[in-house]
Every structure is written in structure tokens, then in C-alpha cells.
Design a protein around this ligand. Sequence first.
Ligand code: SF4
Length: 710
Amino acid sequence: TQLSSAQTTRSTCPYCGVGCGVLIEHDGKHITGVRGDPEHPANFGKLCIKGTTLHHTADPALLSARAQYPALRPTRDAAPQRVSWDVALDTAAARFADIISRHGPDAVAFYFAGQLLTEDYYVFNKLAKGLIGTNNFDTNSRLCMSSAVVGYKLSFGMDSVPCNYEDIDHADCLFITGANPAFAHPILFRRVEAARERRPGQKIIVVDPRRTDTSELADLHLAILPGTDVALYNGMLHLALKKGWVREDYIAAHTEGFDAMREIVRDYPPAHVAERCGIREQDLEQAAEWFATSPATLSMYCQGLNQSTQGAHKNAALINLHLATAQLGRPGAGPLSLTGQPNAMGGREVGGLSNLLPGHREVANPEHRAEVARLWGVPSLPATPGKSAVELFQALADGSVKAVWIGCTNPAQSMPDLGLIDAALKRAEFVVLQDAYRHTETAAYADLILPATTWGEKDGTVTNSERRISRVRTAVPPPGEARHDWAIGVAFAHRLGHRLGREDVDALFAYDRPETIWNEHRETTRGRDLDITGLSYPLLEAAPRQWPCPEGYSEGLPRLYSDGRFPTPSGRARFVATTWQNTAEQTNARYPLQLNTGRLRDQWHGMSRTGTVARLYSHESEPLLHIHPQDLASRQLHDGDWLQVHNPRGKVVVRARASTTVPPGQVFLPMHWGANAMAGLGINALTTAAFDPLSKQPELKHAAVQVEAL
Ligand code: SF4
């Protein structure tokens, strides 16, 4: 199939996990326009405002924001100076080899992103675990989806999204919890709106402490108190049991562990749960009834569940509800986690987290390590657990990790507790930043900046929230000397390998284009839950496809667990014993307000791309503190006043927006602003690095703060 012409190249949007197909219009040198791809099953031609303005982010007038040449900083306080790729890569290889020889492989680390393509991820993950011998490879997907991953594994035995976007059209009840798809996943939200129009009887329940554009569509909005999600889900299960709404036949045939859960939810009577969650008892009962008794209930959820010290159990408690009421395995029913980033899923497929190996294998499993060592042709893989995102920066701060290679992400803006990140990057002996943009907050700490290609310039694959793999394609050449991320990894691997005396390095990294990486990657999935040995680049050229899709098949599986069998040792899904625990930080007399952070509709992450488009700024051009009028009045403050928000970790100065979208006692800040766009370290100076012990995902969505006049 001919997919590209001189004027149009089919590709995928680089922003959120919806993974919309785009048609890039160009003249071979410059991108001139973007349209939705009418043939892509994620969006059928529609795009949100971020997608429709993508071509503006590639405007030649913005070239000065791009990293175009390698640059080395001779000392930390000197300006970066342009160097050749040879000098840059030799310097990096020499510094890494020196640190590894003096302190061992675990003294270096890699921190990458769910923005990367699967092929990029694969190369750097292999470089860390297969060549250097460290599991210190983590990504910003840790901040995004790791709690959902653990939730799926605990409940189903596998990191798998059982549903697909079409289920939105079939659902009789939509349970949207800890998510604001109207802002964060706009094209999916349009699908929700369209489904609602077609099926006026469809019930929509939204669970969110704030009133949002999503909750405006709801038949029932449960504005629970922050962090009380597990209490809510357990309370709904209590009611389902009491009213006879659970499906005992499904529980008996397809699950295990229900008796323990039945005991636990005895302690979640409606009056108690309603008080704990801050909602009305009749609303709790209504939600439980609609969830349990609708012919098909679909949950859609995101960071409200994931970014929590109880994130894994929030996910598992929600899946408990689906299992108890048999709401999965058929059209319109099941848990549909929404991926924040465009390729958080693809990263997991190649093992791109510190606890994972390719093909959904685990570092902690000796058989899995042996299998991957065999596939890669290396003697063994390291058993020492790698450091997750927060642990990695803590290790840089305490000096046990000495060098870090950061790719395609901006931790000095996006990590929690930016004071910690500042200390970590200052103490690091050597910081490499591989990025398409040269003025990010993290660039200020980098000893070496390597220019990378970005959307419109690179080639590979991504996996969206419904397990659908799409091609990303090159439309125009990159600026200056920017190189593809995978190619930077290959070039560095060769130089480092030779310095480390690894004669096998040339064979280990014999990649000449993304397709050769893809072919190796898919082989690592043979016989695994996500088997994609049937998917070739030529097949993906024709259309995006879902996994699993083993050899001999040309289409993936749209829905999992329809047969009631699960990939656990017993073949049964597991009820997870979930009990409610409070947030890591509670309010007190000094810090009496609960801070929530989240996305705006028209910005993306640290704004290095969306921040260049004036039209996107017209939505909200500064980080306003959304605060209830009562909380303003009690401080003698007014709408529009400048004020300071602070806690022991940090302080930000912003203006107030009096708003009843947040209840008294709670405030909200958009997450996008870092040190480059405001005084201080940025919004995340206030958030906590406390993380879930199971998923290691930090609690970015809750902190205790005080608000005062400047
Ligand atoms: Fe891009 Fe997400 Fe918008 Fe689709 S919904 S156009 S993937 S930002």
C-alpha cells in the first residue's frame, strides 16, 4: 500500500494516549498542515485542538527552540558549546565507561519517556540491561501508568487493557473515575458525547473531587474527597452484595479470593462510606445500582487513580467491582484505563521500566532474565532491581548514582518535589540530555545536549490506550544535525561497548533502520501474552492493529477475557484485598488546603511543544490557582490577586481564580508550568515524591498547602 506521497504522510499524533491518526501535509521540506486520518480507528478523521495545531509547532520560525547540534558544557556554569557528534559521543562513552569501571554498572542510570517510539525505547532498554548490566532504566511512564499496570497484574495476572474504544458506543453505564477526558483525552470524550446522543438512556457517572467539563455531562457526579476512591469502590461492592446485585455464578466460575473481599467490605457500610467520601448516601446507592445492574458498564480512568500512594489498590478495587458484577468480557463492559502519553503502552511492551524486561517479562523472575539473555545473545542479565523514577533521582541526590542519561523528557519540570530533582541534577557527575528542544528546564543542568528528531521527522511505532499499534512516519528532514533517538542509542552503544571490552557489541546493536529493531522486538513477544509475531511493518502500513496478534494472524484481538479465562496460574481472575488508606500528606492547621494538580485542555506536559503555539495559550495563559470564594474571603483575598501557595517543600507565586469548581478546602493548579515560565522551580515544587509501594508511582495529585497574600 502506498501510504506517503509528496504532499501527505500518514502518521500518529504525538500527544495523548488516544493515539489519533493524522495526515501530515508537507512539501518535502516543511510541514504545512495537519488533518485527521479518516481511516484511523482511534479518531476516524477527528482531531482535538492540540492535534489540529501540530503543524504550527513545526513552523520554521520556531527553529531557534530546537536542539540542532550537539553541545558540551565544559563546566557547569559555562554556556553549552557546539561540538561534533564524534566528540559528543566519545565524551559520553568515556564518562560512562569511567564511572562504570570505578563504581560498577548501577552507578549510571537512564530516564526516558512515554513520548519515545517503541523502537527508540527498545534500543536504550537493551543498552542499559543487556550491554551495561544495570536495571536503572526508568521512564516518565512511572508517573503515568505504573499503578494501572500493577492493578491489571494483581487482578488479571497480566498487564492488559481488556477493552477498546468501541466499547464506549456499547456501554449502558459509563463510570468515569479519576479522569477528565474532556481535557486530557478530547477525542475519546467526543465519542462519549456522540454515544450519549445516540443512546439517551446511557447513564454517565463521573467521580472527581472537582467539577469539570467531563462532569457537566454526568447524570451523577460524585465529588469525593481526595484519595477516598478505594472507600468508594468498596462501599459500592458492599451495596452490590447487600442488594443481591453481584453475579455469584461468574464469581464462582471465573474468580478467586472473593470470600476475603466479602469480609473486608463488611466494614464499608453506606453511611460510613458516604461520610468518608464526602458524598450523599443516596448518590452512593445510585452509583452502585447503575454500575452493577446496567447491562454493560465501562469504567474509564486515569491519573486520579494512578498518581496516588494507593494507586495500585485503587485500580484493583475498581476491577474488583467489575469482577463481582461480571461487568467485563463483552461489548461495552470492563475496565478501560486511559494512557496519559502516546506510547506509555509501547514502552511497557519492550520492558521499558526498571522492573520489566521485553515481552512483559519481569526483572525479578530468573526464568525471564534467562529467556531475554538468550534472545539477546548475552551471558546473563542483572538481577539487582533497578531504580524507579523517584528512587533514581533520590540516588543521584545521595551520590549512589553518578551519571544519568535523560531522553525526551523534562524531569526538572515534571517530577514531583522539584527541590529534590534540583539537588539530584546538581550533584550528578554527568548529565546527558537527548531532546528535540534545547531550552527545557532540564537542559540547564545538562553537561551534554544531544539533538534528537521529533514528530514529523521520525519513523517507528506507538501503542495507544486500546492496545492498538500505529505507525509514525517521517514527513520532513530534521533540522541541523538532529538524529533519531534509536540511532543515538546505537552509536553510543558501539562506542561504550568497545571501551568496556565488549566484542559482541556490534552484533548486539546491528540496527540500520527502525524496522530491524521492530523485527527483533516482536520476536521477544513470541508466546507471551502480547504476542505480536504476526505484525510486520508491511501489515502495519495497511492499518493500525491491536495486540495480541501472533504469527499466522493478520488481525489482533479487540477484547480480552470474553471466555472468562485469565492468564493467572489458576486461570481465574483475582479479587485483591483492598482497604482504604489515607493520602500520604494530610492537611493541618499550617497547611489546611488540599492541592490537586492536572492538565489544561490545550497544553501538553511541560509545554516545550504546545507552549510555542499562540492559539493554544488563549485557553489559559498562566497558571491560575482555582480556589473556592470562601477560602479567598477567609484570607481577605480576591479573584485575580497575586498570592503565594506554599508548603515545606516549596513555594509558587500565582494569581487566584475564584471558582466553585473546587469545593472549600481544596485548590487546583495546572501542572504545565516550570521554572522557565514562572518564578521558582515551578508547580511541582509543591507536590510530594511519596509513592505507592507496589507501583512506585508518586502522589502527584495530592499535597497539603497554605495560600496567603504576597
Ligand atoms: Fe492528539 Fe490526543 Fe488530541 Fe487525539 S485526542 S488529536 S491523540 S492530543
